[in-house]
Design a protein around this ligand. Structure first.
Ligand SMILES: N[C@@H](CCC(=O)N[C@@H](CS)C(=O)NCC(=O)O)C(=O)O
Length: 230
C-alpha cells in the first residue's frame, strides 16, 4: 500500500522547508516506511485530498487520511506498532505535547519571523502574494518590518535553548539514547531555518548544534538530503 505525504514546497520541489512536514518525514523514516512525497504550494494546500484541511502535512495511508504532524505520528505509532517507537509509551506522548508547545512558543516565534523574507523568496509569484498578504495580516506589519525586528531576537536565541543544552549534557537525544518524535519536533524548527536561511543561529560547538547534526545524520541522512541554504 502506498503512503503519500503531501508536503509544502516552494518553486524548487526538491527543497521542502516546512517544519511540520519535516516532523512527518522524520517520523516515516524512523518507522522505516517507504513513502511518496507530493509537493504542494501554499495556494494548493486547501485543495489537498478534496479539501481535507487547512494545513499540511497531510498523510494518506491506504484508505486513511490524516493531517497534523502530531496526529500523524500518533497514527503511525498505532498503525505500525512493530516498527521502532516514536513515543516509548503514554508518558512519551504526554511529554511530547510539552516539547511541541515549548518549540512553538520558544523556537518558532523566534526564528519564524526572521525567515519570512527567505521563505517569500523561495515561492512562486502567486504563492508570494498569498504569503505576504496572510503573514502581514497575522503580524500586523510588513514582512520587512517583522524580519528587521527579528534580528534582536535571534541574538538572544542561544540563551533560550539552555534547558535543551543542559539536558543534552546528559543524553545524546531528547528521547534519551536514541531519537523519538520529540526530537523531530525540535528538529523540524532547526531544519526550517537551515533550508531557508544561511544565517548562523548557533555556534558549531554548541551542544544543540551538535544534537542537530546527529539528527541530520539519522535514517541514512534524510535531513541532509536537502542542502543547507547558501
Ligand atoms: N499543527 C499543524 C501545523 C501545520 C502548519 O501550520 N502547516 C503550514 C505549513 S508549515 C501550512 O500548511 N500552512 C498553510 C497556510 O499558511 O496557508 C501540524 O503540526 O501539522
Amino acid at each position: 500500500m502506498t503512503i503519500t505525504l503531501y508536503e509544502l514546497t516552494g518553486r524548487d520541489a526538491a527543497r521542502p522547508f516546512s517544519p511540520h512536514c519535516w516532523k512527518t518525514v522524520m517520523s516515516l523514516a524512523h518507522k522505516g516506511l517507504e513513502f511518496e512525497r507530493s509537493p504542494v504550494p501554499f495556494t494548493g494546500v486547501p485543495e489537498v485530498e478534496n479539501r481535507f484541511g487547512k494545513t499540511v502535512p497531510v498523510l494518506r495511508d491506504g484508505d486513511r487520511v490524516i493531517s497534523d504532524s502530531f496526529d500523524i505520528a500518533l497514527y503511525l505509532e498505532e498503525a505500525y506498532p512493530d516498527r521502532p517507537t516514536l513515543f516509548a509509551g503514554e508518558g512519551g506522548i504526554a511529554l511530547s505535547r510539552f516539547v511541541e508547545a515549548w518549540t512553538m512558543t520558544q523556537i518558532h516565534t523566534t526564528i519564524g519571523g526572521r525567515l519570512l523574507l527567505d521563505i517569500h523568496a523561495m515561492l512562486e509569484p502567486q504563492d508570494q502574494a498569498y504569503f505576504r498578504q496572510s503573514r502581514e495580516a497575522r503580524f500586523g506589519k510588513s514582512l520587512e518590518e517583522v524580519v528587521e525586528a527579528g534580528a534582536e531576537r535571534v541574538r538572544e536565541f542561544a540563551a533560550k535553548l539552555e534547558p535543551l543544552r543542559l539536558m543534552l549534557g546528559r543524553q545524546p537525544f531528547i528521547g534519551g539514547e536514541g531519537p523519538l518524535f520529540a526530537d523531530y519536533i525540535v528538529f523540524g524548527a532547526f531544519q526550517w531555518a537551515r533550508v531557508c536561511s544561511a544565517e548562523q543561529l548557533l555556534e558549531p560547538d554548541d551542544p544543540v548544534a551538535q544534537w542537530f547534526g546527529r539528527c541530520l545524520d539519522l535514517h541514512g541522512g534524510t535531513g541532509r538530503s536537502v542542502a543547507a541554504a547558501a
